[in-house]
Design a protein around this ligand. Structure first.
Ligand code: SF4
Ligand code: SF4
Length: 249
């Protein structure tokens, strides 16, 4: 029997699942090797009781999400977290800055509002369960996603890149934004998207998270030489990485 795969979305705009619908050709090759048992964005049926691989998008924002993740973890032999929301908390985790109650009142007004599903502070799924594979980014890079899914189907280990973006950016012969007096977070951000934004003419905003091999202190010094304060750098980096401890110091 081919591996049974489910695709589940938690708190997010489902942008990564939409990305998946944009790569029919690549995906068809993989789909020929799996049984796609449930795809929250694209199926009308219910999630099955049994499956082998779970692809999960989105941040955890409710007790229901926690319970669902625990069921997924108990069922799937491999879990793939896709997108910044699932891997680092992404944009939803911005709500952890300041008081959650104040944010809630700002959106829904003062007074008693019935809170469905047990609201909790947003966090990545990796804070709730262990996952075998991570595909970071907002949205995910589809080449990377198909590679990771293929690795999961073959039982190979995760291969998330550790290096920052600059090396690949240089090989693509992009002109560095620092040469133009603009701030780019590529120097501390995990590579793997083929320097997508930079090649399209926009600085990296850090959606793939802090690279393990990044030298943050050197980056802080380099930016200081260019008149950008540590706090400014941290504020920019927290856009997708509010919960990254290195960006809170
Ligand atoms: S800082 Fe940004 S633009 Fe400059 S080399 Fe690194 S990734 Fe490329
Ligand atoms: S260049 Fe930076 S912001 Fe753009 S997709 Fe890659 S990691 Fe994300």
């Amino acid at each position: 029997m081919p591996p049974r795969v489910v695709v589940v979305g938690l708190a997010s705009d489902f942008g990564c699942q939409v990305q998946m619908t944009n790569i029919e050709d690549q995906l068809l090759d993989v789909l020929g090797r799996i049984e796609l048992s449930y795809w929250q964005l694209a199926s009308s049926g219910h999630m099955p009781e049994e499956y082998d691989v779970a692809i999960v998008e989105g941040a955890v924002t409710t007790g229901e999400h926690v319970a669902l993740l625990e069921r997924i973890r108990a069922t799937a032999s491999a879990v793939i977290a896709i997108g910044a929301c699932a891997v680092t908390g992404g944009i939803p985790a911005l709500a952890t800055s300041g008081s959650l109650d104040d944010h809630y009142a700002c959106v829904y007004g003062e007074g008693d509002v019935e809170v469905a599903c047990g609201r909790i502070a947003p966090m990545p799924i990796t804070s709730v369960i262990d996952v075998e594979y991570r595909v970071p980014g907002c949205p995910i890079d589809m080449d990377e996603f198909t590679q990771v899914l293929s690795r999961a189907l073959q039982g190979l280990s995760d291969c998330i890149p550790r290096e920052p973006m600059c090396a690949i950016c240089k090989t693509l012969e992009n002109i560095c934004f620092y040469e133009r007096g603009e701030v780019c977070l590529g120097l501390i951000t995990r590579t793997g998207c083929n320097a997508r934004c930079i090649t399209l003419g926009r600085p990296c905003t850090g959606c793939r998270g802090l690279a393990e091999d990044a030298n943050l202190e050197s980056a802080i010094l380099l930016l200081a030489e260019r008149g950008v304060s540590r706090e400014d750098l941290m504020t920019r980096a927290r856009l997708y990485n509010t919960l990254e401890e290195a960006f809170t110091r």
